[in-house]
Design a protein around this ligand. Structure first.
Ligand code: ATP
Ligand code: MG
Length: 450
């Protein structure tokens, strides 16, 4: 009881302060009328009419209910912005109405202000505990009623606005995540595309060689078997000699060896290609492993070989390797190869692009790959440099940005360098820098801790 009295005293004093602030706020708060439907629930017509007059004078739309049943009906009909609820009502009292409203999903957020007589402190506490936002005491004071109603309606409208905004934000965020996924998917597809094109192109030649030579090999073997059979059947010297001339035995024997050698070389080439793909696609992403980065660069070059070749419009791109004797480094090989791929594809695209726009740049398109240790021997340095058109100064700052691209729609996602940066800096704690002067090519420098 002592506690309750203390609590009520504090509440009373706080209310005085709030009341003053609310009165001040009333002067500033203007509320659009369509969001200002107020429901008065009071069985005393004198009180209800007085409130109606006060609230109407302040610009609110007012609906009155004299008992609980009408109150619930009106709430359903108009979904008011606020309810002024008398405590003492016949049959179902104000507390019961309040707790039912708070239990329902459609009405739980409608602010309720209790109306109670000044002396009944425990009613005020009970009402607030049931979820009411405030209370006003009878006899009613016009300014106080308007100020409290105004502020709670305003608060409710702000809450609604916030709710809508946060819903909009949530849906924008979902859309962003969706397009981010789409971009990443495109980037993955583009790497996969390079891989598939690389495999198809590189495997094409040796497979073609094996296939064409196997036809000759089969004919030669058949003829050799026939020749052997003549020996087995103890044919005459003349018959054997004639057959040997017919099948050009000396040439056949020599050519068959050549064919078998070619087929063997082609098979070895396919094996090497498959090894390169295995190196490129290494998927040990869980922990760092010692890796020969030259192997990584070479396997990437092998995949991109078809892009470096000359075609009817563009000359061959020369790759100059300047490898230094560096130790294996502890790294994530798969993602690192992805970085080499992204940087090399960018260099190839830049060279092809420069070539199309500037014929003098077309003479000797070149990519120089240099590896070394830094002077303090703490980092491996890998430089990938091209002699294309370079990067204009005004976009140099932006190229590592997420989804930044100067390529035509559908040709670039703009994720290549953003991903490279993330792999080098965040995953490997290294550095990725660019040096470029427009017209003089571009150099990307990776530094990886040893
Ligand atoms: N070697 C380079 N020479 C000239 N410009 C370059 C070079 N490398 C990157 N850029 C510029 O940086 C931009 C961003 O490169 P990034 O690799 O992030 O995306 P992209 O190549 O446009 O698209 P994606 O890699 O997703 O296919 C490129 O569009 C290009 O303008
Ligand atoms: Mg790129």
């Amino acid at each position: 009881m002592k506690n309750l009295r203390f609590y009520c005293k504090v509440l009373k004093e706080t209310r005085f302060l709030i009341g003053y602030l609310l009165y001040k706020a009333y002067n500033y708060v203007m509320i659009p009328s369509q969001q200002n439907q107020i429901l008065i629930v009071d069985d005393s017509p004198t009180n209800a009419n007085l409130l109606l007059a006060i609230l109407k004078s302040a610009g609110f739309d007012v609906v009155i209910a004299n008992d609980a049943e009408t109150a619930f009906k009106k709430v359903e009909e108009v979904l008011p912005s606020l309810i002024l609820l008398d405590v003492m009502l016949p049959k179902i009292d104000g507390f019961e109405i309040c707790s039912r409203l708070k239990e329902s999903k459609s009405t739980h957020d409608i602010p309720v202000i209790f109306m109670t007589s000044l002396s009944r402190t425990e009613d005020k506490v009970r009402g607030l505990n049931l979820g009411a936002v405030d209370y006003i005491t009878k006899p009613l004071q016009k300014e106080e009623v308007i100020a409290r109603v105004n502020v709670h309606v305003k608060l409710r409208n702000l809450n609604k606005q916030l709710e809508t905004q946060s819903k909009e934000l949530k849906s924008t965020l979902e859309q962003l995540q969706e397009s981010q996924l789409q971009l990443i998917q495109n980037e993955k597809m583009s790497t996969l595309g390079q891989l598939v094109a690389g495999v198809a192109h590189e495997i094409n030649n040796p497979v073609g060689a094996i296939s064409a030579n196997s036809v000759y090999a089969a004919t030669y073997v058949r003829e050799l078997v026939q020749h052997l059979q003549l020996h087995q059947q103890k044919a005459t010297e003349a018959e054997i000699q004639n057959h040997a001339e017919e099948i050009e035995l000396d040439f056949l024997t020599e050519d068959l060896l050549n064919i078998i050698n070619t087929m063997h070389e082609s098979a070895t080439r396919i094996k090497d290609i498959s090894e390169s793909f295995k190196i490129f696609c290494r998927n040990d992403t869980h922990e760092k492993v010692p890796f020969d980065i030259h192997e990584g660069i070479d396997s990437t070059l092998m995949i991109l070989k078809y892009k470096l070749k000359a075609n009817d419009k563009l000359p061959k791109i020369e790759v100059v390797k300047n490898y230094c004797n560096i130790p294996h480094i502890n790294c994530y090989p798969g993602p690192l190869n992805q970085v080499f791929m992204n940087l090399l594809v960018n260099a190839i695209d830049a060279l092809r692009d420069s070539c199309q726009h500037n014929t003098t740049k077309c003479k000797n398109p070149q990519i120089t790959i240099k590896t070394s240790l830094n002077s303090k021997k703490t980092h491996t340095v890998i430089s990938i440099k091209d002699n294309g058109m370079g990067i204009p100064e005004e976009i140099l700052e932006k190229i590592f940005g997420y989804a930044f691209t100067t390529k035509a729609v559908g040709k670039g996602t703009g994720l290549g360098l953003a991903i490279a940066r993330q792999i080098i800096i965040e995953k490997h704690r290294g550095f990725l820098d660019v040096k470029s002067k427009y017209g003089e090519g571009a150099e990307f420098i990776i530094q990886l801790p040893l």
